[in-house]
Design a protein around this ligand. Structure first.
Ligand code: HEC
Length: 164
């Protein structure tokens, strides 16, 4: 094969293009790896230390209304004569896992009232004056740690959709 200058030029261009593509792919991959490595949910049910802290918080402040087994209070769906409802379950039978983490955090911190329709009496108290943000994330991590895998996966998808 006779090498012309044009051939050599083509080769050089091809090589350069390949190198650029390789660099871009490597950079994108490294960025993706870093993102995955850095993504830790603020309420992490696989973090034993956080879950232990959350367990203490739960039994000290939440269990009286949400149940020792997260089962909620009896007849929690019924409206009370004085308005509102009793404590609902936080286990897989309840509604809690239908919310992204940030909503659970906000309700725990501020109470249920600001998130309720006008005229509805919400009996969920806010804990912002008693619990640090860290403790609130911890109690949510504990609640999440009690859900079966398939519920956790569904709630993970809800978190992703909410950008959590
Ligand atoms: C005095 C009783 C009481 C205590 C104590 C209490 N809750 Fe509640 N909580 C409720 C009630 C009642 C509701 C349901 C309010 C409604 O929607 O009518 C609720 C709802 C919630 C919800 C929203 C669930 C959903 O699906 O919308 C979260 C999250 C929650 N509580 C977390 C906690 C956490 C965490 C603690 C402890 C730090 C706690 N609660 C302590 C009574 C209580």
């Amino acid at each position: 094969m006779i090498r012309t200058e044009a051939d050599a030029d083509k080769r050089a261009k091809f090589l350069l293009t390949s190198v650029i593509i390789a660099v871009v792919i490597t950079a994108a991959y490294m960025f993706y790896e870093k993102m995955i490595a850095e993504y830790v949910p603020r309420a992490d049910p696989d973090n034993a230390q956080q879950v232990n802290r959350g367990r203490q918080v739960y039994f000290a402040l939440c269990a009286e209304c949400h149940g020792m087994k997260l089962e909620g209070q009896e007849n929690w769906q019924a409206m009370l004569p004085e308005g509102g409802r009793r404590g609902p379950p936080h286990d897989e039978t309840g509604h809690t896992w239908h919310h992204p983490d940030q909503v659970l955090f906000d309700i725990t911190k501020q109470g249920g009232q600001p998130f309720s329709p006008a005229g509805y009496k919400n009996n969920m108290p806010g804990f912002g004056d008693r619990l640090s943000d860290q403790d609130i994330w911890a109690v949510i991590a504990f609640i999440k740690s009690r859900w079966p895998d398939e519920i956790r996966e569904k709630q993970d998808a809800i978190n992703r959709r909410a950008g959590n």
